[in-house]
Design a protein around this ligand. Structure first.
Ligand SMILES: O=C(O)CCC(=O)C(=O)O
Length: 242
C-alpha cells in the first residue's frame, strides 16, 4: 500500500509527489499568511514558527489545549492524507503548520503520546528527516530525504521507539503535520504519561535535558539550561514549570 523507505524504521511510510506544484504553492501561500508564532516551550521560544489547529500542547500547563478549528483550506488535503493512510474521514484531529527559515531545524524528539499516527507534508524545499533509536551503547540511524510535495507517515516503531529531527534547512521549508489522537475516542486532555519526561514532575532541568518530545535543537537546549540555572537561586534548578 505504501512505499516503504528502504531499511528505514518499521512503521515509516513515504511517498513522493503527494500533491502537485499548484497545490503546493497554494498551501505555502496559506501558511505564510497565518499569524505564525515562534514555537513556545514554557517561557522559551524555538526558532521555527508554527500555528496549531484542533489542539495544541501547552508546555506550561503540560496538557493539551483546544486550538482554533482546522481551517477550511486544510480540510481537502487532510481528507487526501486520511485516504492515503487508510484512516477514517476526519481522523486527523490536530494540524500543525510550520515554517523553517534558512538555518532552522527541529531537535531530536518523539511527538506527544496524546497523538497516535503522525503524517507530514513537506513544502518548498527538501529536508533530511533523521531517525535514531538507541541500541545498547550505540544509536541506530536512518535518514529519509523528504522532498517537497512528499508525504511521510510515522506509525508503529517509527512513532513509538525512534526519535526524529531535522537539521538546519538550506532553503525555507514549510510543513503541515497531521495527527490522529491516541485512545479509543478522543483527545485525552490532561492525559499524562509517566514514562514521558516532559509529563513528569521532575525538576525543570531534568525534564529540559531529557526533553525528547519538544523538538528543541541542541542550541535551544543549551539556552534552556542556561535559563534554568539563571532562575535558580542556589544554582539548582527549580520546578517553576510544574
Ligand atoms: O516539519 C516536519 O516535517 C516535522 C515536524 C515535527 O517533527 C514536529 O513538529 O514535531
Amino acid at each position: 500500500m505504501f512505499a516503504d523507505p528502504q531499511e528505514g524504521p518499521t512503521g515509516l511510510h513515504y511517498t513522493d509527489d503527494f500533491i502537485d506544484h499548484a497545490a503546493e504553492q497554494d498551501l505555502i501561500g496559506r501558511i505564510a499568511a497565518l499569524p505564525l508564532q515562534r514555537f513556545q516551550f514554557g517561557a522559551f521560544e524555538g526558532n521555527r514558527r508554527v500555528a496549531s489547529f484542533g489542539y495544541r500542547y501547552d508546555y506550561t500547563l503540560q496538557r493539551l489545549a483546544e486550538a482554533d478549528p482546522i481551517p477550511d483550506w486544510v480540510r481537502p488535503v487532510a481528507r487526501q492524507v486520511e485516504a492515503w493512510a487508510g484512516l477514517p474521514e476526519a481522523g486527523v484531529r490536530q494540524v500543525l503548520c510550520t515554517e523553517y527559515e534558512v538555518g532552522v531545524g527541529i531537535g531530536w524528539h518523539r511527538d506527544k503520546p496524546h497523538f497516535d499516527k503522525v503524517l507530514g507534508l513537506s513544502l518548498g524545499s527538501p529536508c533530511a528527516f533523521r531517525f535514531r533509536r538507541r541500541n545498547g551503547a550505540k544509536w541506530e540511524r536512518h535518514t529519509l530525504t523528504a522532498l517537497p510535495r512528499s508525504l511521510y507517515m510515522m506509525d508503529g516503531e517509527a512513532r513509538s521507539q525512534w526519535e526524529h529531527s531535522i537539521p538546519p534547512v538550506a532553503a525555507r521549508r514549510y510543513s503541515i503535520t497531521f495527527r490522529t489522537m491516541s485512545g479509543p475516542d478522543g483527545p485525552g486532555q490532561n492525559k499524562r504519561c509517566e514514562n514521558n519526561p516532559m509529563h513528569s514532575r521532575k525538576p525543570f532541568q531534568a525534564r529540559a535535558s531529557a526533553a525528547l518530545d519538544n523538538g528543541l535543537t541542541d542550541r535551544d537546549k543549551r539556552r534552556l539550561r542556561i535559563q534554568g540555572a539563571a532562575n535558580s537561586p542556589q544554582g539548582r534548578l527549580t520546578n517553576e514549570m510544574n
